[in-house]
Design a binder for this molecule. Structure first.
Ligand SMILES: [Zn+2]
Length: 413
């Protein structure tokens, strides 16, 4: 197969500002060359004039619940956890396809019901269904009676299919190993309440021994580990013990920022869902609209300082929760630029370079650079000055490994 030569592109490489008039040459599944002019055509080249449109790296969404399905919401079994695993696998395939079509060529799991995510990844890789590069998670691990343990004891079941209960360090070791055996590449822990759970945010629901055992076990098998962490003592403890990804991080202050920079852990602020929830419910719900407002205001102020200090942020949120559909991912870019003082270029860095680094694939994904895999988006407009071109709109073209996997190239190819 010949090369794909994309000419007259405004290249947004994931690091620098837009570079107009460039060409990107794709050979097989990789980027062969990025140059400031058009190369001499070779036999068999497919040359596509992008007409000045933006060419940027495929994006990553790094807090994803593939099985979350708003149709399944009922009391005590939210997020579609009441559907059978076969149905959940189809939901996961649909949601992952949606992410791909929205320009997210990398998706990192944050907890999936009944361990269906690894199987769906396999189906994507075998070409049964379209989908992004996927780092699947398994059931969330947490202690008995924790903030998300919503199954009444008299139902005679241990937990919903989305949760595995563990108590004691040995139980966490076994839990982590078993999720890895079932295919999880990312382990998810529930350490605190707060941020959308029914427990107060200052509650810590795992002991230090349990947390240390879980982190050490995941790392000994080369697997990423992440945790729902809201209050400062728990965040500091998890960072000290080597957590890879801090989900939410609501009580981020100077000391937390220093620890994040030192350890290199990634932060998923995931402010889109609480903001959405507040807008949806206003003051008409039982657990603290004012508290959510205060948490959002705190993070809007803390994020720019943390960004300046070198904290690595990524995108991702609880899509598929109540009234919060999969496919709205792009609104996060607008949220952080409009409310949290982050520049469009910075938040695009979160979505591309930082996402690839989180997935430990920074060497071959996340930027437009010769030698990297050709996961690329063609976008109308200039996201470096106006991220709204990535909000509620699908890219014109999504390329993965040099192939068009969603949309089409300008000129209809
Ligand atoms: Zn979540």
């Amino acid at each position: 197969m010949g090369r794909l030569v994309l000419t007259n592109a405004t290249v947004l490489d994931g690091v620098n500002g837009p570079a107009p008039g460039h060409s990107v040459v794709v050979d097989g599944d990789r980027i062969a060359e990025v140059r400031a002019d058009a190369p001499a055509p070779e036999d068999g080249d497919q040359v596509v004039d992008l007409g000045g449109r933006t060419l940027m790296p495929g994006m990553f969404t790094c807090h994803f619940h593939a099985t979350y399905h708003e149709l399944g919401s009922r009391p005590n079994v939210p997020y579609g956890n009441d559907f059978p695993p076969s149905y959940q696998a189809l939901v996961a395939a649909k949601n992952l396809r949606t992410a791909l079509e929205c320009g997210y060529t990398g998706v990192v799991g944050a907890g999936g019901a009944n361990d269906v995510e690894p199987g769906v990844k396999r189906a994507i890789e075998d070409g049964l269904v379209p989908g992004p590069r996927f780092w699947p998670s398994g059931r969330e691990l947490s202690t008995t009676g924790h903030a998300n343990d919503a199954v009444p004891w008299h139902w005679g079941m241990q937990a919903s299919g989305a949760v595995r209960l563990c108590d004691g360090a040995d139980a966490f070791r076994l839990g982590v190993r078993e999720e890895i055996k079932r295919g999880a590449e990312v382990i998810k822990l529930f350490v605190t309440g707060g941020h959308g759970t029914l427990a107060p945010k200052d509650r810590i629901e795992m002991t230090r021994d349990e947390l240390a055992a879980a982190i050490e076990t995941a790392h000994s098998r080369g697997v990423l580990i992440r945790a729902h962490l809201v209050n400062k003592p728990a965040i500091m403890m998890a960072l000290e013990l080597g957590i890879d990804i801090v989900d939410h991080c609501d009580e981020m202050d100077d000391e937390v920022v220093a620890a994040l920079v030192e350890t290199g852990a990634f932060v998923v602020p995931s402010l889109h869902f609480p903001k959405h929830f507040l807008e949806l419910m206003g003051d008409g719900f039982g657990f603290g609209a004012d508290a959510i407002r205060a948490d959002l205001a705190h993070m809007y102020e803390a994020i720019p300082k943390a960004q300046a200090a070198g904290v690595k942020f990524v995108l991702g949120d609880d899509y598929g929760a109540i009234g919060f559909a999969h496919g709205l991912y792009g609104r996060e870019l607008a949220l952080y630029t409009e409310h949290a003082g982050v520049s469009p270029l910075e938040v695009i860095g979160w979505a591309t370079r930082n996402g690839a680094e989180l997935a430990r694939r920074g060497h071959d994904l996340g930027t437009v650079e010769a030698g990297k895999l050709a996961d690329l988006l063609v976008v109308d407009g200039d996201p470096a000055t106006d991220v709204s071109v990535l909000v509620d709109k699908r890219p014109l073209t999504v390329l993965q490994g040099g192939e068009v996997v969603a949309g089409e190239l300008p000129g209809g190819r």
